[in-house]
Design a protein around this ligand. Sequence first.
Ligand code: TYM
Length: 344
Amino acid sequence: PRVIFSGIQPTGIPHLGNYLGALSNWVQLQNTAGPSDELLFSIVGWHALTLPQHPQQLSEARMDMLAVLLAIGIDPRRSIIFHQDDNPDHTELAWIFNCITPMGKLRRMTTWKSRLAASKNQGDDVDVDEAGLNVGLFAYPVLQAADILAYKATHVPVGDDQTQHLELCRVIADQFNRNFKAEQSLFPLPTQLNTPSKRILSLRDPTSKMSKSSPDSSSRILLTDSPSQISQKIRSAVTDSIPGINYDPVNRPGTANLLTILAACNNNEDVGETARRYGGKNHGALKKDLTEAVEEMLKGPRAEYEKLRMERAYLAQLAREGAEKARLKSEVTMREVRKRVGLS
Ligand code: TYM
């Protein structure tokens, strides 16, 4: 039996990258899971706090995210959906993990390194200045490991950008298992699950990934975008001036990205297959079909979301129930953890 766990930050409506790289896979895994598989999906508010958030907006985004997850097909009768910040076991386990995680490992995380680079003064690349960055951001991957291991998760469906965090999670699990040995290792070493579209690129700059934080909002399509927003963003997507269409991610990253999205919309069809159908066509034809395919994929969830987000009492009730179920599971792990480290 598998224990499948994943998380998403409540930092706004998810975009196509989140959806095609991770969320659609959550639904797929749920709908194909065996009877003994367990699934847990968490809205990770504590991770969101590692960057400045407007309290009122965070509070809204936290509830909206629950509505989004339901709207795309996560079923609370089958999967445990909950707010991370409703279960303090995550932070307790994260603290214990902090005490066995080497600083050097965290310094090598690319997310940390890129924040560090961004916060450094220009021309000042010798002096490492961590002064503007908080401890939470540094320890972010440790909390992520705690999220996963609190439930002894075996499988973690995420996008490509989480690979290094998952590697660290296995390092921490292994370190704990060695430090606090008993007849049986406490933690499994979780496996990462990727989709074929594990890295969706920005529509405006196909050298970087589609992200929530890019200042250019036309670089990403949100799950709740209207047909005209979808159409406008795809029309203005950066491609190349090479005639015809082929799949060449190195030389034609923008075109390849559109093909990847279209293949994913077509039930995760092989992208080579998609590209062949456009062999004799141009970007205009590709963009037209992509616009239709994305709208077709998003219209159901969008309508469902608009209904669900109004039902605040129902969402609050679901959140309470989800948190209770999650705690019942993590409690079992935490009793064992406390015993092994000598805190019981
Ligand atoms: P977050 O909230 O940034 O993103 C949620 C999921 O979306 C994926 N993703 C993408 N996939 C493909 N292409 C893209 N352009 C793209 N952008 C984002 C992410 O890989 C992720 O799967 N650290 C996590 C949250 C987290 C977590 C966890 C995940 C906290 N604890 C435990 C798994 C297990 C994050 O920032 O996701």
